[in-house]
Write a protein that binds this ligand. Structure first.
Ligand SMILES: NC(=O)c1ccc[n+]([C@@H]2O[C@H](COP(=O)([O-])OP(=O)(O)OC[C@H]3O[C@@H](n4cnc5c(N)ncnc54)[C@H](O)[C@@H]3O)[C@@H](O)[C@H]2O)c1
Length: 345
């Protein structure tokens, strides 16, 4: 079992640590720290709130708004927080996205660090430097790309995470294994029973692998111009499903991955047998796999912000551990979806 891990990115000037969170004090030595969290974490972890002055926000996606940003900026002014401060985001992806954004604009930028508490935060949201809020009903429309001083992952926080939110983050872990590593995929298959008991200790090596894969890609393409888009595997349909069906991001991405897998078979990139095996494993892992290609999904795909010249950079799967980016139009996706309907999985 892995009990500590450190990824240092000299290129991005950020560190990702895994281990008991008390050790962050050595990294925050003598800095003026302000902790930003949500009300759920505040009531579950009062001992963490005792450590630093804090700002508590309502829990949930609605908090990712410009009005909340203004609220936090006002609080920071009231607290007379200066440019040497470190804002420490303690929470799930909502809190780390807000903390990174506020820190990037307050007094033209102060340092920030993350102590993620959700699995989605540990493997994705608190890694890679994308911060921001939703705007006019569209996700992540306003924000910055700016790296945290450090992200500290302490998996013991997962003990209190509701199961649905565990699955939400787990879908992103599964995604990482599918696009980067057959070894991790086999590890997940082999240890399925124990992983699903959500024992944080057994997740540490999987989290460390996911972090490493994501960070190497972010180092190559911090601003998401091309290579980083491979991480969007399952996200084209995932985003529209999240919007229309109002389900958690990771669960929508799970269905979106099933869509991408089916389209990969229809396009001739992935074998039907392998696709079947992957979808069966999703089911065994408790991830949602029902995916009908509704007409409204395609209408929303047309409006998707990731479109370039009316096309979408869609991620196809070739093998377990290997994916590719292809610029396609929505008519091609519609045709592949039509063909996929006649294939039995
Ligand atoms: N910046 C990025 O690269 C990136 C990547 C992926 C997702 N995101 C963003 O992350 C957000 C989703 O993140 P999330 O799923 O963590 O949502 P979240 O922050 O809303 O957390 C989910 C829920 O779990 C609770 N919670 C978190 N940790 C807990 C714990 N240890 N114990 C008990 N309850 C806990 C929270 O209070 C909240 O109610 C979205 O806004 C998404 O856009 C950002």
């Amino acid at each position: 079992m892995l009990d500590s891990y450190h990824f240092r990115s000299i290129i991005l000037k950020t560190d990702i640590y895994l281990g008991a969170y008390h050790r962050i004090f050595t990294l925050l030595n003598n800095r003026h720290v302000v902790l930003i969290t949500d009300e759920n974490l505040a009531s579950l972890y009062p001992h963490v709130l005792k450590l630093f002055p804090y700002i508590v926000l309502p829990a949930g996606e609605e908090t990712k708004s410009l009005s909340r940003i203004e609220f936090v900026l006002n609080k920071l002014m009231e607290m007379k927080v200066d440019r040497d401060a470190v804002l420490l985001g303690f929470g799930g992806g909502v809190i780390t996205d807000i903390t990174g954004f506020v820190a990037s604009i307050y007094k033209r930028g102060v340092s920030f660090a993350f102590l993620p508490t959700s699995l989605l935060g540990m493997v994705d949201a608190a890694i890679g430097g994308k911060n921001g809020v939703n705007f006019n009903g569209i996700k992540n429309q306003i924000g910055t790309v700016n790296q945290a001083l450090f992200t500290w992952i302490d998996t013991s926080f997962l003990n209190t995470l509701p199961y649905l939110h565990f699955l939400n983050g787990f879908a992103e872990l599964v995604k990482t294994s599918l696009i980067f590593s057959k070894k991790t995929w086999v590890n997940i298959q082999t240890n399925r029973e124990i992983i699903l008991k959500t024992k944080p200790d057994y997740l540490q090596s999987l989290i460390a692998e996911a972090v490493q894969h994501k960070m190497k890609l972010v180092e190559q393409d911090p601003y998401d111009n091309y290579h980083r888009q491979i991480l969007n595997f399952g996200h084209s349909f995932g985003h529209v499903i999240e919007m229309t069906d109002k389900i958690l991001h990771g669960l929508a991405v799970s269905k979106g991955m099933v869509a991408a897998i089916k389209l990969s078979v229809a396009a001739g990139y992935l074998s039907r047998n392998l696709a079947k095996e992957i979808i069966q494993e999703f089911e065994a892992l408790g991830l949602p796999i029902d995916m009908d290609f509704k007409a409204e999904y395609f209408i929303l795909l047309d409006q998707d912000k990731k479109q370039v010249n009316k096309n979408i950079n869609f991620i196809f799967l070739k093998e377990i551990g290997s994916a590719m980016i292809e610029n396609v139009d929505t008519d091609t996706l519609k045709k592949l979806a039509y063909d996929a309907r006649s294939i039995s999985f």
